[in-house]
Design a protein around this ligand. Structure first.
Ligand code: ATP
Ligand code: MG
Length: 330
């Protein structure tokens, strides 16, 4: 296995830890359309990194560049300690890629797909069979192994896809939208698989449109927008970037609305909808203080809703502009 060229994966973070992937000013354009406009990444070995972005943001383009399938127009990138430009073979030996669209050949069986990968990785016949049996078992595909892959469900195909990616024992894997099209149960199974990979020390670079997925899996998340990283951090850090939680009070009686607006501090008024919004961390203590104040003033709201920011808010805040419908070409 070429894994000997890899530094030992470590959980440590920070600029001194070995980076599984690092890029500076990565650029890519198609014609006069700039897709990546200077991307800087530092992904520590042994971590999960999620690249989030709306359709057409350039997620697949980034994965293709970092996995040597296409070349960048500018910038530098190192993957597994190898420079993309000068040592693409070194990169290829250390990584596995599960593309956005399945690489499974439907005409042959799951097992044959796996053995084909083993051949591509120059494993001996015996080693190929051993690895294949082990991975099929691990991904719960042993029973279906002798059936044509075209008969597999979406979830089974996706599992086979990832099993095939693991045949070469990669230390870094790229998963381009690993759970798109999967039902909730299959999605959770896939998350479990990804967590197990990380436990084994594999670095995972995934792209997703599901904020919950990034929240569940990723140590660090970057939001790609207009060719740049609009924000990067842990899920918690990103949530802190946008205005915090709030409580919304809705009234039907304009007089009650008015006296609440006069009584409470720091409110944002919506005179048409008769709603008031005020900052709150959503805690019991905070809500009790608010309710006490309303009670004391003899004011009753018709509805009270508590809103705590989630990654969706971050995503919409960062990628919210008028160009959203522009990318419906596919
Ligand atoms: N080979 C190509 N030739 C021309 N334009 C391309 C090519 N590949 C990608 N693009 C364009 O680059 C942009 C980014 O595409 P990319 O596939 O990287 O987006 P994405 O974030 O993966 O989107 P999705 O969420 O839909 O998978 C899109 O506008 C796309 O049309
Ligand atoms: Mg894509």
């Amino acid at each position: 296995m070429p894994s000997s060229v890899m530094p030992t994966p470590r959980q440590a973070d920070g600029p001194t830890s070995p980076a599984a992937v690092s890029t500076i000013g990565l650029r890519k354009s198609y014609g006069d359309k700039v897709v990546l406009d200077g991307i800087d990444l530092h992904i520590p070995a042994g971590s999960v990194f999620a690249l989030l972005g709306p359709n057409g943001a350039g997620k697949t383009t980034a994965v293709k560049i970092l996995s040597t399938l296409i070349t960048a127009d500018g910038g530098q990138a190192q993957v597994a300690g190898h420079d993309l430009a000068t040592s693409p073979d070194g990169v290829r030996a250390a990584i596995g890629v599960t593309g956005q669209f399945s690489a499974v050949d439907g005409l042959i069986t799951g097992e044959e797909n796996m053995l084909l990968m083993a051949d591509l990785h120059h494993l001996s016949k015996q080693e190929g069979r051993r690895v294949t049996a082990e991975l099929l078992e691990r991904f719960d595909l042993t029973e279906a192994a002798q059936k044509p892959a075209s008969t597999y469900s979406g979830g089974m195909k996706r599992r086979l896809d990832i099993a095939m990616t693991l045949v070469g024992g990669p230390r870094i894997i790229f998963l381009d939208e690993p759970t798109t099209g999967l039902d909730p149960r299959s999605r959770h199974n896939m998350w479990q698989i990804i967590r197990e990979l990380v436990t084994d020390g594999v670095t995972v670079f995934l792209t997703t449109q599901y904020l919950e997925e990034a929240d569940q899996l990723a140590d660090r998340i970057a939001v790609l927008h207009d060719g740049r990283i609009a924000a990067e951090g842990s899920a918690e850090e990103l949530k802190r970037l946008i205005p915090g939680g709030h409580v919304r009070l809705r009234f039907t009686d304009p007089a009650a609305y008015q006296s609440a607006a006069d009584t409470l501090h720091e409110v944002t008024r919506d005179d048409e909808a008769l709603t008031l919004q005020l900052p709150s961390d959503g805690s019991q203590r905070d809500l009790r203080t608010l309710l006490d104040r309303l009670d004391t003033a003899g004011i009753e709201a018709d509805e009270l809703t508590v809103h705590t920011p989630d990654l969706d808010d971050v995503f919409f805040a960062l990628t919210d502009d008028t160009d959203q419908p522009k990318e419906n070409a596919r």
